[in-house]
Ligand binder design. Structure first.
Ligand code: TRP
Length: 451
């Protein structure tokens, strides 16, 4: 152990913490995944369930992680270790920290590949590739890109280096500084894009698509998809919020901070929907295009609209910023673990984590081209395994363990002191964290496994 908790770095203010945690939450999940999931799962029905899941499952889990982190003042492994000791529980709980670290690494590996796409498309859009092209040509651009392992590796490598650079600089001059610059920029870009979208013909249709409740579209599949997405988008389940909480001062109130973070996360997802769907509807494109929505459908819209290159470029810049502030939160839990428990300097720890995640990412990357026929059970490519297995299985397992630990294993006197809210709010959290969240998570898991 190289640092005593007292000398650990801390956020310089509540705002810095809220921005960093919101940066972790707001990511590809909000801008890339949310719109296509909503598109595939009936629009407003999905949005409604997702909001409910954020409120009743995601937020209690996020609070649990932050309680553990702040009270433990260490990385997930050591925090679980010392808190289980404090509560008179088995120290085996520390393995949950390890599980989180493994999940983080796996997620970072594929996350960087997709984030690399945003850089590649930023470059393509601003260099004019999408001016005056038709739908077929846009699709060819995508197919050619995906078929080129070399180019994908280039962007994946660049993105990983950017991530490491921030993480290696540490909590205050790395994570805090990066998110303080990027989050406000992200909001400005998003508002410009929504402003533009309001002037298109498809805006009214988009609002209706996202917000007009249509309960007939709520099916078990929609519920499962929305629950899984709530986890992913709130960045809970691997100990990222735990480590962010561990850099937090005692006097900051967790409840209201979590509420702000989750609200910002939802707001960005909804605004992203309001920026994207109007373009899709006014160009008579389909909202159900799946993961390619961003890279195949949107450039068609950009090629046809006035100022499309400018707005298109802004869009991919937005995607890149969002991904960057999230990827640092995936690297940080593992870097902190290596740094604090294995005496590696932060720089060395960052290099190790970056290299391993980069290397694993090559597997995902190659599964789009060279290894596209290598499939587990004839169905899942390496990318599918890295992405779906970690999001749908490992995240809920991690989230379950954290919330279960905070709600059942820790003493209520400890959690009450950490959460520091009035009694009714505390008991609402306790009810959600003890019963509602764990049971719902087991349901998601069960369904994900039998599918
Ligand atoms: N929340 C991010 C997104 O929406 C992804 C992410 C970042 C994440 N850190 C995480 C997901 C930690 C789970 C756990 O894109």
């Amino acid at each position: 152990m190289t640092q005593t908790p007292a000398t650990r770095p801390h956020w310089t203010s509540r705002l810095a913490f809220v921005l960093a945690a919101s940066g972790a939450a707001v990511g590809l999940g909000n801008i890339w995944k949310f719109p296509y999931m909503a598109g595939e799962h009936g629009g407003s029905a999905f949005v409604l369930i997702y909001l409910i899941c954020v409120l009743f499952i995601g937020m209690p889990v996020m609070i649990a992680e932050m309680i553990i982190g702040r009270r433990g003042q260490r990385n997930a492994v050591s925090a679980m270790d010392s808190l289980s000791l404090e509560a008179g529980q088995s120290q085996k709980w520390r393995y949950v920290g390890w599980l989180g670290a493994m999940t983080s690494l796996m997620m970072l590996s594929f996350y960087s590949v997709v984030a690399g796409w945003s850089l590649a498309y930023l470059y393509r859009t601003w260099s004019g590739v999408f001016s005056h092209v038709n739908a077929e040509q846009v699709q060819t651009v995508w197919r050619d890109f995906i078929a080129s392992p070399l180019e994908m590796t280039l962007w994946h490598t660049l993105f990983m280096l950017l991530t490491l650079w921030v993480v290696a600089r540490g909590v205050q001059s790395g994570l805090e500084k990066a998110t303080k610059i990027m989050m406000p920029l992200l909001f400005v870009i998003l508002l410009i894009l929504v402003g533009y979208a309001t002037s298109t013909d498809g805006f009214a249709e988009a609002v209706e698509f996202l917000f007009k409740p249509d309960f007939s579209k709520i099916t078990p599949t929609v519920i499962i998809a929305a629950m899984g997405h709530a986890f992913f988008t709130l960045a809970v389940g691997v100990g990222a919020m735990l480590i962010y909480g561990s850099y937090l001062d005692e006097n900051v109130k967790l409840g209201s901070a979590v509420f702000t973070i989750a609200s910002l996360d939802v707001l960005v997802a909804l605004l992203a929907g309001l920026a994207i769907f109007p373009l899709i509807f006014s160009n008579q494109l389909s909202p159900e295009a799946g993961p390619g929505l961003m890279f195949v459908t949107l450039p068609i819209a950009f090629s046809q609209m006035g100022g499309g290159l400018f707005f298109g470029g802004l869009f991919f810049l937005l995607l890149f910023f969002a991904a960057w502030t999230s990827s640092i939160s995936l690297a940080e839990p593992v870097v902190a673990l290596l740094h604090e428990n294995f005496k590696l300097t932060r720089k060395k720890a960052s290099i190790v984590v970056g290299f391993v995640a980069w290397f694993l990412g090559l597997g995902s990357l190659l599964s789009f081209n060279v290894w596209q026929n290598a499939k587990l059970f004839g169905r899942f490519t390496i990318f599918d395994i890295a992405a779906d297995f970690s999001i749908n299985i490992l995240l809920p397992i991690g989230g379950f363990c954290f919330v279960f630990f905070a709600a059942w294993a820790m003493k209520t006197s400890s959690t009450k002191q950490e959460l520091n809210v009035s009694k009714p709010y505390y008991y609402i959290w306790l009810l959600l964290a003890r019963i509602v969240a764990p049971i719902s998570i087991l349901m998601i898991l069960f369904n994900a496994i039998i599918q």
